[in-house]
Design a protein around this ligand. Structure first.
Ligand SMILES: [Zn+2]
Length: 300
């Protein structure tokens, strides 16, 4: 190759790398065969750049492999290895070779590139694996990324669009029903659902313990948790477990476990606590860091 030809090939390799045109891959395959290491190096680099432009991964990987694994020039090898990494899952077939190279006893610069490329391919494979399992938790349909993102952000659960909409409607109906049940007013005007809750709320009001009642719904590990009371100053949740059916109790145990597993401070109250509420609640709150005098008790 004379100097003019060499110069032309170098310029062409650079140009193709910048072209953003996946069709350029065909010409680069030819440049990877040129006798000049500089041309092969630039061509290998250009093939990597075209990955982002949608170049055919299988074809690109096929062209890069011989260069990556056995080019006479270490620098050419390095660039080809780096470009292989960019093709991610398409380079799955060469992963073990790259890992062997990375673990080879002769430390050369391309060894580091091989390690980086191998881990990039591994990551891409892991991501593909993860994608496979993204199915709607209700109907088991595969969800696309937008569905996945929307449902996880909103519900911390995977729903397809259909089940997402259905769940939103059900949730809204449920919230309306809950709001409808709040018809008992505490001294300070909070609307609550039951006599037990009213008594607890009024105790908190009397003792100047700031609370949020029936705060925003949280979902932990797929369970709906809507704490009856949340005390921001103590970071304590209070749940009044007012019913006695087997089903209610099963749900109660699950929720109590969830609070515990997530390191939340939960104060549980039951109907049997109501006659002695003043004493029981004070004791349980003190155990969680509340002090009566600091909260205005002495002024009452
Ligand atoms: Zn679904």
């Amino acid at each position: 190759m004379d100097e003019t030809q060499h110069y032309a090939c170098v310029q062409r390799a650079l140009e193709l790398g910048r072209s953003g045109d996946p069709v350029a891959l065909g010409e680069l395959e030819g440049l990877l065969q040129k006798p000049s290491p500089e041309v092969r190096r630039l061509a290998a680099s250009a093939v990597g750049k075209l990955a982002a432009d949608g170049a055919d991964g299988e074809r690109a990987v096929k062209a890069l492999i011989p260069v990556a694994l056995s080019d006479r020039h270490a620098q050419v090898q390095q660039y080809a290895i780096k470009s292989l990494g960019v093709y991610g899952v398409a380079a799955e077939g060469v992963l073990l070779d790259l890992e062997d190279l990375a673990n080879s006893p002769h430390p050369k610069a391309y060894v580091c590139k091989a390690a980086a490329a191998a881990s990039r391919i591994r990551e891409a494979l892991a991501y593909r694996e993860e994608q496979k399992e993204k199915r709607c938790s209700k109907c088991n349909r595969l969800v696309d990324f937008d569905e996945y993102k929307r449902s996880i952000d909103h519900f911390q659960r995977i729903y397809c669009d259909h089940c997402y909409d259905e769940t939103c409607v059900r949730r809204r109906n449920w919230e309306t029903k809950v709001e409808g049940k709040k018809n008992l007013k505490t001294v300070e005007g909070t609307l609550v659902q039951s006599k037990g809750e009213k008594q607890i709320a009024e105790w908190l009001e009397l003792h100047d313990v700031v609370y949020r009642y029936d705060d925003r719904l949280r979902i932990i590990e797929g369970f709906q948790i809507r704490p009856d009371f949340y005390l921001p100053s103590l970071d304590v949740y209070i749940e009044y477990w007012g019913m006695d059916t087997a089903r209610y109790k099963a749900g109660m145990y699950v929720k109590q476990d969830l609070y515990m597993h997530h390191g939340k401070k939960l104060l549980s109250l039951y109907p049997k606590d109501l006659p002695e509420l003043d004493q029981v609640l004070a004791q349980k709150l003190q155990a969680l860091g509340w002090s009566a005098s600091a909260n205005g008790e002495s002024q009452c």
